[in-house]
Design a protein around this ligand. Structure first.
Ligand code: AMP
Ligand code: FE
Ligand code: FE
Ligand code: ZN
Length: 286
C-alpha cells in the first residue's frame, strides 16, 4: 500500500493539473495521495466533483496544503497541513494574505533582477504561471528558462532564486507556531515539511524543531529527497522520542523537474494515525 503525503499541482508550482496528477498517481500505483499545494486548497477541491462513491475506486485523496511560514529571524519554513476544515476562516485568511502578497513580492524580485541587467518582466512570469493561484519562484524560474537566461528550474534557483540570494524577497507569512495553531484550530494535522533540507537555505536546529513539538506540531517529514541519511536519522530519533508522526513523501512538482510520485512513502500505520487525528474534513476517493 503506497502512500505519498506531499504533492503539488499547477494550481501552485507543480506542473501537472490535478487531473493529470491523479493519472500519474494511478500509474505509480499509489493507494493514498495528499494534494498539498502551496497556500491553497483549490487543487483538491476541484477534484471533489469527481468523488467516486463506487466502492471499487482505488485512490484516496487527502485534502491538504503546504503553508509558507517565516520565523522571526526571516527563515523560510514549510508546514504541511492535512484534513483541516477548508472553511475555517483564520486558516483561509492566512493562505489568502500569503497568495495576495506573492504578487508585489514577485514584482520586487523582478526589479532586482532587472537592476542586475537580466531581461525579464512580470508578464513573462504571468505567462508561465498558467492556472496557478499561488505565484511562486518556480514560475519565475520557468520564465528565465524561456528567456534563455538559464537552462532549468534548478539552475535558476542555484544561480538567482535561492533563499540566500541577493534577489530573494519574502512575502507575508505566518510564523511556524501560528501555522501549527491555525491548522490545529481547523481540526487538521501539522507536519513540518523537509525540516532539515539545508540545500534550500537556513534550517532549524533540532532543539528548535523540538520546541515546535511543544507548540502542538504533530509530525515530521523524515524521508524527503533533500534529507541525507544523517538528517533522516536525527529526525526519526526526534519523532520517536516525542511521539511525532514520521512521514515520507515525494514533494512531487512534476516528472520533468526530476521527481517521481512514491519516490518516498509513508508507512500505513503512520497514515492511519494521521487519518484518525484529522477531524476538519474527510478524505475522498476517485
Ligand atoms: P516560493 O514559494 O516562491 O518561495 O518558492 C518556493 C518553491 O520553490 C518550493 O516550494 C520549491 O518548489 C521551489 N524551490 C525552493 N528551493 C529550491 C531549490 N533550491 N531548487 C529548486 N527548487 C526550489
Ligand atoms: Fe513548491
Ligand atoms: Fe516545501
Ligand atoms: Zn512541497
Amino acid at each position: 500500500m503506497l502512500i505519498d503525503l506531499h504533492t503539488h499541482t499547477n494550481i501552485s508550482d507543480g506542473q501537472d493539473s490535478p487531473e493529470e496528477l491523479i493519472q500519474q498517481a494511478r500509474l505509480a500505483e499509489l493507494a493514498v495521495i495528499a494534494i498539498t499545494d502551496h497556500d491553497t486548497v483549490l487543487g483538491w477541491q476541484g477534484l471533489q466533483n469527481q468523488r467516486n462513491l463506487d466502492s471499487s475506486s482505488k485512490l484516496t485523496i487527502v485534502p491538504g496544503a503546504e503553508i509558507s511560514c517565516r520565523t522571526p529571524s526571516g527563515m523560510s519554513v514549510h508546514m504541511l497541513g492535512y484534513l483541516f476544515d477548508p472553511g475555517n476562516s483564520a486558516l483561509a485568511e492566512i493562505m489568502s494574505l500569503t497568495r495576495d502578497d506573492r504578487i508585489p513580492r514577485m514584482r520586487k524580485i523582478i526589479e532586482l533582477l532587472n537592476g542586475a541587467g537580466i531581461d525579464i518582466s512580470f508578464d513573462d512570469v504571468v505567462a508561465h504561471s498558467g492556472s496557478a493561484v499561488t505565484f511562486g519562484r518556480p514560475h519565475l524560474a520557468d520564465a528565465l528558462v524561456a528567456r534563455g537566461v538559464v537552462e532549468s528550474r534548478n539552475e535558476a534557483f542555484a544561480q538567482y532564486l535561492h533563499n540566500d540570494s541577493p534577489f530573494y524577497v519574502g512575502h507575508f507569512a505566518p510564523s511556524p507556531e501560528e501555522a501549527i495553531a491555525a491548522i490545529k484550530n481547523a481540526g487538521g494535522v501539522s507536519i513540518l515539511a523537509h525540516g532539515l533540507a539545508g540545500s534550500r537555505g537556513a534550517i532549524y536546529s533540532l532543539d528548535e524543531i523540538e520546541s515546535l513539538a511543544r507548540c502542538g506540531l504533530d509530525g515530521l517529514e523524515v524521508d524527503h529527497r533533500d534529507h541525507d541519511e544523517s538528517a533522516r536519522a536525527s529526525l526519526r530519533e526526534l519523532a520517536d522520542a516525542r511521539g511525532l508522526f514520521a512521514t515520507g513523501s515525494s514533494d512531487y512538482h512534476g516528472i520533468s523537474v526530476g521527481q517521481r510520485l512514491a519516490m518516498e512513502v509513508t508507512a500505513p500505520e503512520v497514515w492511519e494515525g494521521i487519518l484518525d487525528r484529522g477531524k476538519g474534513c474527510e478524505v475522498f476517493t476517485i
